[in-house]
Design a protein around this ligand. Structure first.
Ligand code: ADP
Ligand code: ASP
Ligand code: MG
Length: 399
């Protein structure tokens, strides 16, 4: 019988120095020693993708997208080679592969590509030879063999899709926090670590800015039932298991998205602006159509491309952040109630809400970037860890 197969992904901070790569290699070796076949997916060393992006922007504010992918993919190529070298030095045979070498085939959307399929033959042959296979995350090749990248944070997706294609027993995402929390613990110190989180909630958390997991990674794992765990590369501990789709009622988590831009246009230009975003494959974060304020919110990283073709019609552009409360409401009036209570609470703290939205399983507020962290603490502490909420949960647990 074949040994169980694990796909282990290590993010940027986890491979951020030779010391860290040594620790990662030791951890990988432990899995190997305990009788696993191991595929490791690595990100670029922390700060490296940003450094390469800055270099590109020194050449052009909107760099040629094909060449940008060639450049950005180099970050992961450095860490994969260093980790494979380290493992070999420790006496563990290991081979590193770029996305293309690993058979990762994507569509043609440079800078934000989607994995179409993985030709796993080469990886499987290497595993058969008892090698540890180290794969560069965040990258693949299109049908012409051109390098593509999967969007910021995309190594999580590389790992999960590899786990699915190889029919791995588990995909473990090692990062710089010890699991998934009810909100980013770097923003909200009282955030609670979750032992498990269901796929529907995790999907909305990721889509609203919880960058602990790349959104397509969550979608793929859910659709293909890939067992997925998030844990710390700095400490032991079981982390958080993402599984199932049974959602409890109530507000479950808070997600913050920074680095957004509100692109303001005349009311009559909103539809044209949305169409332009679609043409450029720029996701629209939200549409604002209020008296005297019309436009769309997009990620700051996409603004340059939009401005290039729509500049004459853009009246103004302002940085904003979003704060989303994610959960399963008992009714649509409950969602509206959460929006109203949130706005009241924030007004009481002197925080202006720029715009608010109510979806099926979330509410979203747009705020000025400098107040979003304070607001996240207020909303989290009211809806997730207040005495009132904890009492309700205890009652539910007893009944
Ligand atoms: P990696 O480089 O390992 O991929 P990321 O920076 O992409 O790491 O993701 C980990 C970070 O995600 C954490 O350091 C934390 O600040 C952030 N984060 C955002 N939301 C959450 C959340 N709900 N739970 C845990 N971490 C979160
Ligand atoms: N290195 C890429 C980034 O910084 C991909 C990743 O880390 O997942 O976005
Ligand atoms: Mg990440």
């Amino acid at each position: 019988m074949k040994e169980p197969l694990l796909v282990l992904k290590f993010g940027g901070t986890s491979v951020g120095s030779i010391e860290r790569i040594t620790e990662v290699a030791k951890r990988v070796a432990l899995f190997k020693d305990s009788g696993h076949r191991v595929v490791v997916v690595v990100s670029a060393m922390s700060g490296e993708t940003n450094r390469l992006m800055t270099l590109a922007n020194q050449v052009d504010t909107v760099p040629n997208e094909r060449e940008l992918d060639v450049l950005l993919s180099a970050g992961e190529q450095v860490s994969m080679a260093l980790l494979a070298m380290m493992l070999n030095k420790m006496g563990y045979p290991a081979v590193s592969l770029t996305g293309g070498q690993a058979g990762v085939i994507t569509d043609n959307l440079h800078n934000d590509a989607t994995i179409r399929h993985i030709n796993t033959g080469y990886i499987e042959a290497l595993l058969q030879q008892n090698q540890i296979v180290v794969v560069a995350g965040f990258q693949g090749v299109n049908e012409n063999g051109d390098i593509t990248t999967l969007g910021r944070g995309g190594s999580d997706t590389s790992a999960v899709v590899l786990a699915g294609a190889l029919n791995a027993d588990e995909c473990q995402i090692f990062t710089d926090v010890d699991g998934i929390y009810s909100c980013d613990p770097r923003i909200v110190p009282t955030a609670r670590k979750l032992d498990t989180i269901d796929f529907p909630h995790m999907e909305i958390m990721a889509s609203k800015g919880a960058k602990v997991l790349h959104l397509p990674c969550v979608c793929y794992a859910w659709q293909n039932q890939v067992p997925l765990r998030v844990r710390s590369s700095f400490s032991s501990g079981e982390g958080t298991l993402v599984k199932g789709s049974d959602a409890e009622f109530g507000v479950y988590g808070i997600a913050v998205q920074k680095d957004l831009i509100f692109v303001e246009v005349d009311a009559r230009e909103v539809d044209a602006l949305i169409s332009q975003c679609q043409l450029l494959s720029i996701p629209v974060w939200s549409v604002i159509e209020q008296t005297e304020r019309y436009g769309v919110v997009v990620k700051e990283s996409a603004y340059g491309r939009l401005a290039l073709v729509f500049a004459e019609k853009i009246r103004n552009s302002d940085r904003v952040s979003s704060l989303s409360a994610i959960g399963t409401p008992k009714s649509s009036s409950e969602v509206q109630g959460i929006v109203e209570r949130s706005c009241e609470l924030l007004a009481g703290a002197g925080i202006d809400v720029f715009a608010s939205f109510a979806g099926n399983n979330y509410t979203m507020l747009l705020l000025k970037p400098d107040v979003v962290e304070k607001a996240a603490n207020i909303i989290h502490n009211k809806f997730i860890v207040s005495e009132e909420v904890l009492e309700q949960q205890q009652k539910l647990a007893v009944s």
